[in-house]
Structures are given as structure tokens and as C-alpha cells.
Design a protein around this ligand. Sequence first.
Ligand code: LFR
Length: 476
Amino acid sequence: MNLKKYLAVDIGASSGRHILGWLEDGKLKLSEVYRFKNGIQPRSGHFCWDADGLRENVIRGLAKCAQVDSVPESVAIDTWGVDFVLLDQELNRIGDAVAYRDSRTQGIPEALEETLSFEALYEHTGIQKQSFNTIYQLLALKKEAPEQLEQAAHFLMMPDYLNFCLTGVCANEYTQASTTALVGAREKAWDTALMEQVGIPASIFHPLRMAGDALSGLTPAVRAQTGFDTTVCLAPSHDTASAFLAVPARDENAVFLSSGTWSLFGVELTEPITTPESRAQNFTNEGGYQYRYRYLRNIMGLWMLQSLRRELGEEQYSFGALTQLAQRAANYPGRVDVNDQRFLAPDSMADAVRTVLSDNGFENPTLEELLSCVYHSLADCYADSVRALEKITGKTYTSLNIVGGGSQDDYLNQLTADATGLTVYAGPTEGTAIGNLAVQMIADGALRDVQHARDVIRESFPIRVFEPKRKDETEC
Ligand code: LFR
């Protein structure tokens, strides 16, 4: 049987994966062909991504497809949001790819507020306030190295840049672009008036293109490395946009959670909500495939557990071991606000949690208590987010679909069901790659539309169900 295969390159903050996908007997099948490490590293005084290493790994993984006799019909790349690179007139990269956890934006949002209120910015773009949003990063660059912005001819978000490395074509994809806070939420286009107002050159941005568009074939230089040509297609290149597409929701009353380094918690909407209440509750309106808005909160997520594990020693402590320790202190009452900025890039996550716990009146937690606190605080934040969503949208939600690597954590799944009172459906794990693949299949006519894709996804992957326990059952 000659099955058409498609390739998703899904790059997260800690690893990248090349995943082949194809339809067989009406089900979506996946096969991981390549995996590589990613992470931030200090360079010239900043935390940066290794842009050259990412490019090399993307090409290496492509070459791997030929080795397993699976040349894809098309390939599409997604990454995290908000980070970018600049190219000059000759298409050379200017400077490093600074990472969003770098502290270069410290003080920038406050400085911008002096000329442009956050109320006005939110009303235009619908994007929640996060110190690392691209608008703030560009203004930080302008302050620190204005010559870089002056030399720039092309602005590319990370997946746009990797697409450029494969094809030589400079293009900006809409879902990624929306994370910059420079795109009009309703206009769905770059907000050039806003750029002018804040002093960012509008000329470096390319017209926004929609996921599913075919960009180009591979350049001769890349073809020489892969041994084949293929079509580079635009994914919903913000990983969260791809992940939300893969949510096999059964009805309109489901909340979505993409659970990985970040927890992206919200719903799909057809219109953005930019009311003062929405702004106060820090909900964002990110652009989605075919203009489905992702109305969500960015929650610090598994980053806290990943960081604690790194500090404790990854060889000694698996995620399962952390869970077991947390369960030993299940009744510990200490809680933290997981979105406290002190957790964004602390030297030590354990110290940061201890400090915030101490501010809240809980001194000297044991390791078990510390872990229990993080687990329960995450679940509490999800519960608070459901209540806020219900208030703002006026809807009642009955279930929660969790996709992504975090959906494998059954302890957190059960805590989440208990805290939110919602039935939790956990899976699929590779949500982001699946959403990326689904769009390529829709573009190629192998799937009809998003609904068809979600129906196929629901039938193709095991989805585990967690019912909320009653309060008296939980408190043992
Ligand atoms: C998740 C994510 C979030 C974004 C954060 C930083 O991987 O893309 O959506 O806010 O990373 O880019």
C-alpha cells in the first residue's frame, strides 16, 4: 500500500521532534523519525536559542525520512511563540535569537505604558500582558542595539526563520504573528499604526499568510543534504495553535488545556473578547487556524516541575518519582500563585517556591510538601481559570480536554478533575504534532476540514477519562 506521509517538525523549549503522520484505515498513525535537544544558552550577555543548531537539526531530521523510506508529501514546522530573528537585505541573520526567558524586557512594559496604555494595546491586539511579548522584545532591542533594527530588512518568527532556511522564502505566518501583540485582533493583519506609534519599522514585516498555504520546495542546498525535495507548508506555526486543533472535543462545552512546559488553558471562539474584565483576568486572544481565536490564559505549567526535577537531578528523579513524593504530602495546605513572575526564570525553582510559600505564611516545607504545593497550586489555577472563563463567556463548561505531554500525568489529571469539578479527557500526547499534520492533510485534501480531523483524532488515540471525586472522597 502506498500511503501518503506528511511530516510535522514540532520544536518545544526542551526538545524538537520530527513526526511522520499518515492515514491508514481511517485512523491517523504517527511515527517519530528524529528527536533532538533544545534549550536556552547564555551568549553575549543574553539567554539565546541556538538558531544554527535548530536549522541543522531540522535538516538532519528531514534527511532521516529518506533513510526510513518515507519521503513526505509536505513538511511543516511549529515552535513556541513570541521569539524572532531579523535578516538584513542580503538575507543574513542579524544578532542572536534571544529567548523569551531572557531578562532584556525588564522595565520595558512600564516604559511603553508612558506613551501607550496597556488598555489601548489590549483593546487593539487582544493579547494578554506578558513581559516577554515580541512587542516588548523589539523595544528592548531598539534600546540596547538600535543599529540591529536599522539594518533589518526582514522580521521572522522562529518557525518563519526555519521555513526560510529550508526554502529561501521570507514569510510571516498568522498564528505565530498574533503572539507578537502587533497584530490587530479583529483586522487579523499587522497593525502598522501601532508599529508607527511605538517606533518599530513596519517595512520589515511581511503580509500575513495562513496555515495550510504551500510556501515552496526545498532550496538546492537543502536538497543536497536531504536527498529529496518536498513542499514546505505553513503549519499553525505557533505550537499552541496546532495543539488546540488536535483537541478531540465532543461538544461546545469543553475547555481545552494544552499541557507542556506551559499550560495553555481556554476555549476556541469565533470573535475576540477584549473587554476590561477580560483584560483584568489576563485572558489572551491568540490567532488560530482559519481565524478560530484561542481565548486562553498562559499558566506557568510543567516548567515548575521540570525545573525542580533538573535541580534535584534528572537521572535520580523521574517525573513519576516526583509525583510519588508529592502524594506523600497530599494534605499539605501551602499554595502559591503559579503565575508569580518569580517562577519565570529563577536561579533555583525550589528556592523561588520556598520564598513565595514563606510570603504566604508557610515556612520550611519538606521536598514532599514543596512538590505537593506545586501540583495543587496548578490544579487550583486551572479551577480559578474555569470560573473566570464561565463568568466572561457566560457559558457553563462540563468537560476539560487535556492534550500534550502533560496529559500523561495522571496524578495531575485527577487533581485537575477534582479542583475544577469537570470530567477530564486526557490525550492525545502528541497534540501539537497532530494539529500540525492535520492542517497539512486538510491542505492536501486527505481530510475535509477541522471537524473531520478532530473526529479522526478521537478515533485514533487512546483518551483516558478522569471523573471529579466528591470533596469528602478527596479529603482522606
Ligand atoms: C507554549 C508557548 C506559549 C507561549 C510560550 C512562549 O509552548 O508557545 O503559547 O506563550 O510558549 O512562547
